[in-house]
Design a protein around this ligand. Structure first.
Ligand SMILES: Cc1ncc(COP(=O)(O)O)c(C=O)c1O
Length: 398
């Protein structure tokens, strides 16, 4: 029997079975080691099986795995305190994934609109960006104006409008009295690694404040150190009203979270939102271990220090292969190479895998490089060397 006959087909056939991970390396069943610059799509922030993380998860599993939010969870409280230290005065609510974080933010926007108007259903529009990706739930899909995400599932949840990332006028025009919140990825990930420019975020912040509209930032992919800051928006100096997190926060254990600024943190009241698993003792222990290691090993400082030379080397590749690389975008350890001709990102991804480098394709013909925050300058260089070999081989086929 075909081993994959019983799995639904939405992920397509896998290139290999992954059975082990250690640091920056992922191993297949034959013991072949791959330099992993996919990190489970920006999740394994400490690399695979970091000893500190493994010990914390094992110890917590032996102590208490799950008890629900009917009871207090000290590790969850500690994690909330730590996220508030990073994000600013406010409160945190835990869930299990990026899409769930974003759904919670969309619900927050509706509560805000209700608060402003004194009535339900009068002001609830969320303005998101063209080319965004916010997840596959009906809330997340509604904020993701892409045919490949929405197609087949209509009607969508209503109440979304879209501006053009980095074009403040396009937002200015549509933020009217029906709008409760603006919702953006600080760096668009799935859409092809497009950072929101600092000046744009600053102007958007001012616009949102002036019109009593929440500024909510999706840091699910770019957050928790990946950009060389704890949150990618920090570069702009802007403070959002709410933040969505997931992926790298758990380092491989599923957890999501929203942070909401003090002024809006009481919009959610007892009973108004919740989830069985959110912030369980085990998930909280995993995330606390991620934050411990980020601090103890100064990982964010290292990402910031190591990435300029890596970006330079990738830009040099762009100069060397102008027929294949259009440009290099991103921040820290979240980098996209926009390729040509059309469809080349899939070819390069497959050819890199043959040379034991794992990368991730993204929208707009982009390959994404998303190494764990522990990646060393040598490992970053190795990614460039392998890509150089791949592009040299493919050059003759163009
Ligand atoms: C920016 C962003 N938001 C939300 C999501 C959805 O997260 P999840 O797959 O954990 O539901 C993703 C996933 O890629 C993402 O990149």
């Amino acid at each position: 029997m075909d081993h994959y006959n019983t799995l639904m087909k939405n992920y397509g056939p896998p290139a290999f079975n992954a059975v082990q991970g250690k640091g920056l390396y992922l191993y297949d069943e034959a013991g072949r080691a791959y330099l992993d610059f996919s990190s489970g799509i920006a999740v394994t922030s400490l690399g695979h099986s970091h000893p500190r993380w493994v010990a914390a998860v094992q110890a917590q599993a032996a102590e208490l795995t799950h008890c629900s939010n009917l009871f207090g969870i000290p590790g969850q409280q500690l994690l909330a305190d730590r996220l508030v230290t990073q994000a600013g005065p406010g409160r945190v609510l835990f869930c299990n994934s990026g899409a769930e974080s974003n759904d919670a933010l969309i619900k927050l926007a509706r509560l805000h609109g209700q608060y402003l108007t004194g009535a339900e259903g009068k002001r609830y529009t969320v303005v998101a960006a063209q080319n965004a990706f916010h997840g596959r739930t009906f809330g997340g899909m509604g904020a993701t104006p892409q045919e490949k995400i929405q197609g087949g599932f209509r009607p969508m949840l209503e109440g979304f409008k879209f501006g053009q990332l980095n074009d403040i006028e396009s937002f200015d025009k549509i933020i009217d009295e029906s709008v409760a919140a603006v919702f953006l990825e600080s760096i668009q990930g799935e859409g092809g690694v497009f950072p929101a420019e600092p000046g744009f975020l600053q102007e958007l912040r001012a616009l949102c404040t002036e019109r009593s509209v929440l500024l909510m930032l999706d840091e699910v992919q770019c957050g928790i150190g990946r950009s060389g800051h704890f949150f990618a928006f920090e570069k702009s100096g802007v403070r959002p009203d709410a933040i969505g997190m997931a992926k790298g926060l758990g380092g491989g254990f599923p957890i999501g979270a929203i942070w909401v600024a003090e002024a809006y943190a009481e919009l959610f009241q007892p009973g108004s939102h919740g989830t069985t698993f959110g912030g369980s003792p085990l998930a909280s222990a995993a995330a606390n271990a991620v934050l411990d290691v980020i601090e103890e090993e100064a990982l964010i400082e290292k990402v910031a220090a190591n990435s300029p030379a890596w970006h330079d080397a990738l830009n040099a590749l762009a100069d060397k292969y102008p027929n294949q690389i259009d440009c290099v975008r991103g921040a820290g350890y979240m980098v996209g190479l926009a390729l040509k001709p059309q469809g080349h990102n899939l070819k390069v991804t497959a050819a890199a895998r043959e040379k034991q480098l794992l990368i991730v394709p993204a929208g707009h013909n982009v390959i994404r490089l998303l190494p764990a925050l522990i990646a060393t300058p040598e490992q970053l260089n190795q990614s460039v060397t392998i890509l150089d070999e791949v592009l040299a081989t493919l050059a003759t086929a163009i």
